[in-house]
Design a binder for this molecule. Structure first.
Ligand code: GLC
Length: 614
């Protein structure tokens, strides 16, 4: 054993063994796991080992103010892996140094769920390239200081995965890697307590396999078979897949649908304690073999459920989590022009330990679910169902003087619930203003889009853009012509990058130019100013105007105040900071942070000129 490996292994051995035994009580499988960890370490190339070491010595490397992410589907962005490599200079122009390559592993056509139904964890989809291309791409990214993120879809496999095929043929060993049932007796018990993920596009949590004469558990689509982590073979093999992918040069592993990975009868089958045991083991495994790799948990749940996935400071689980409630609350604020709920949400996030790193975003490849704090809204006289209806009406452009465009997602006729899909630009009114040729409306929409980004950058953590949003790409309705995509409205905001429009990013007379250059300015400020480190002191300030949000950040004596107007009318932020003169970093204007007039959908980044304390 190499010295450094030995140290890392010994650091975690006892706890890892303990947790493994608690879950599996299987020493021979544990011994096999340990052997494989060492083997994956040996196979890891020297460049990656050096990266690991440097990051181990600088554990705060991802908590600074220099990371900016962008996510995209490889085919939509650049055709294939080689194409992405050719586009790295564009990515650099976007100030992006973290790219999330959306699922690219082997997946059956027409039964892929956007790549989230993996049939081979060690093979790249042929149309996108090969494993060698991936290694080549990650190496090229690393040379340019760009980190690479990929999805690790560990909750389920595609029904075309070799395990699933063997299980379908009746092999008991493979059936035990999934949840197989001869009749509906047990599934019906699960259905009593397990909610549905896709109530309209894939109702229920089980699928009948006519050829195998068995039911199989399928929480997502019927072709995505849930893995059974009660079987240590499943855990071990999936850890080997994780390490294999990490060894291709992946820096950030997004653990897809992580709350779902453990199932128990009479529970919701979400966020069970065993899930945390598994994630904790995964964290230790990565710290032993590839400590430069970050774990990003996909926990699309209410705040009380999300934070536990950070683990504790002594026993950490994920390095990073999505700031999902803040994201949804942001759009609620857009539709209501009332910042009070958002202020409350930010206050909750700001009281969490500063070691926690959130991934901040305005939208991603998935729908926006209206997971808001309805307790607070009820106290303000808003009822959940009616409010969701308003939000969905608003964002479809039907209510509330809205300029948004987009579509519902998984509208459930029984509960009346629905989620929402659309690109940031379309939701800000850029699509509508462009279609109607309305210059004034376009100017407002662009301002709103930039203000939302400016506000998003003020949050602690790592901001991630969806590729195309940097130049205002609008909804893509062509998915309706594709029989494989037609039923899933999430494709409306996963359109192909329009490189013709991207030619305009330097032209300030165009929407693309205004957005791209506006974002460029914000991104550069964020990178220059130390107050943007994720562990800075962050708080909200009362503005006494219901539509104006104020966020303060302080670090090492420096102070920055962000003001954001969420309404289409000019407002005044009745703040009164008496600690000196401020300069607006966006306009260069010197001013007082007191009674600030703020135009419709406008924003300020006010930096305190003199030293002093809050
Ligand atoms: C995650 C993905 C989503 C996918 C689901 C099932 O939530 O973000 O796109 O449908 O997992 O894998």
């Amino acid at each position: 054993m190499e010295g450094i490996y030995k140290i890392r292994f010994q650091r975690h051995f006892e706890e890892l063994h303990w947790l493994y035994t608690e879950l599996y009580n299987n020493d021979s499988m544990f011994a096999e796991l340990c052997d494989h960890l060492e083997q994956f370490y040996r196979e890891r190339n020297d460049g990656l080992k050096a990266r690991d070491k440097a990051r181990e010595e600088e554990p705060h490397w991802y908590r600074q103010n220099d990371l900016l992410g962008m996510m995209f589907y490889i085919d939509n962005f650049a055709g294939n892996m080689k194409g992405v490599k050719e586009k790295l200079s564009y990515i650099e122009k976007c100030n992006v140094n973290y790219i999330h390559l959306m699922p690219f592993l082997e997946t059956p056509k027409g039964r892929s769920d956007g790549g989230y139904a993996v049939s081979d964890f060690r093979k790249v989809q042929e149309s996108l390239g090969t494993m060698e291309d991936l290694e080549d791409l990650t190496a090229a990214c690393h040379r340019k200081g760009i980190n690479v993120c990929m999805d690790f879809v560990m909750n389920h496999t595609s029904e075309d995965h070799e395990w699933a095929k063997k299980a379908r043929q009746g092999d008991g060993e493979y059936q035990s890697r999934y949840f197989f049932f001869r009749d509906f007796n047990e599934p019906v018990l699960y259905e009593r307590t397990v909610p549905q993920v896709f109530p309209t596009t894939a109702p229920g949590n089980f699928t009948w396999l006519e050829d195998a004469k068995h039911f199989v558990m399928t929480s997502f689509y019927p072709y995505q078979w849930d893995l059974n982590y009660k079987n240590p073979r499943v855990f071990n093999e999936m850890m080997y897949n994780f390490l294999y992918l990490a060894n291709q040069g992946i820096d950030i592993i997004r653990i897809d649908a992580v709350p779902y990975i453990w199932k128990e009868l009479n529970t919701q089958c979400r966020n069970l304690p065993q899930v945390h045991t598994i994630v904790r083991m995964m964290r230790m495994i990565s710290e032993i073999v590839c400590p430069g790799v970050l774990l990003l948990g996909e926990v699309v749940m209410e705040p009380e459920k999300v934070a536990p996935y950070f683990g504790t400071l002594e026993k950490p689980e994920c390095h990073m989590l999505y700031n999902v409630t803040t994201m949804a609350t942001t759009w609620h604020t857009v539709a209501t022009r009332d910042v009070s709920l958002l202020k409350k949400q930010l206050d909750i996030v700001n009281t969490l330990p500063r070691e926690y790193v959130f991934l901040n975003y305005l939208r991603c490849h998935d729908d926006i679910g209206w997971g808001l704090d309805y307790g607070t809204l009820r106290a303000q006289g808003m009822e959940e169902r009616a409010h969701k209806q308003y939000l969905n009406d608003y964002f479809q452009g039907y209510a509330g003087n809205s300029n948004s465009r987009g579509e519902l997602y998984n509208a459930d006729p029984v509960s009346g619930d629905a989620r929402f899909c659309g690109t940031t630009a379309s939701m800000c009114g850029i699509e509508k203003a462009g279609f109607e040729g309305d210059g004034a409306a376009m100017e407002r929409a662009v301002r709103m889009d930039l203000t939302l980004h400016a506000y998003m950058f003020m949050q602690s953590g790592i901001p991630v853009l969806y590729g195309g949003d940097e130049m205002g790409q609008v909804n893509d309705y062509t998915y309706k012509e594709d029989p494989d995509k037609r039923a899933d409205s999430r494709y409306i905001h996963r359109g192909a990058m329009n490189w013709e429009l991207a030619k305009r990013i330097t032209d300030l007379d165009t929407v693309e130019g205004k957005l791209f250059q506006g974002l460029d300015r914000l991104e550069k400020i964020r990178r220059q100013e130390k107050v943007f480190v994720s562990y800075a002191d962050a708080y909200t300030i009362e503005t006494w105007d219901s539509s104006v949000l104020c966020i303060g950040r302080e670090f090492e004596g420096e102070k920055l105040i962000g003001l954001f107007n969420f309404s289409e009318t000019d407002r005044t932020a009745w703040i009164h900071e008496t600690d000196g003169l401020y300069v607006d970093l966006l306009s260069g204007r010197e001013m007082e942070a007191s009674g600030v007039d703020i135009p419709a959908y406008g924003c300020f980044y006010l930096k305190r000129k003199q030293e002093g304390s809050r």
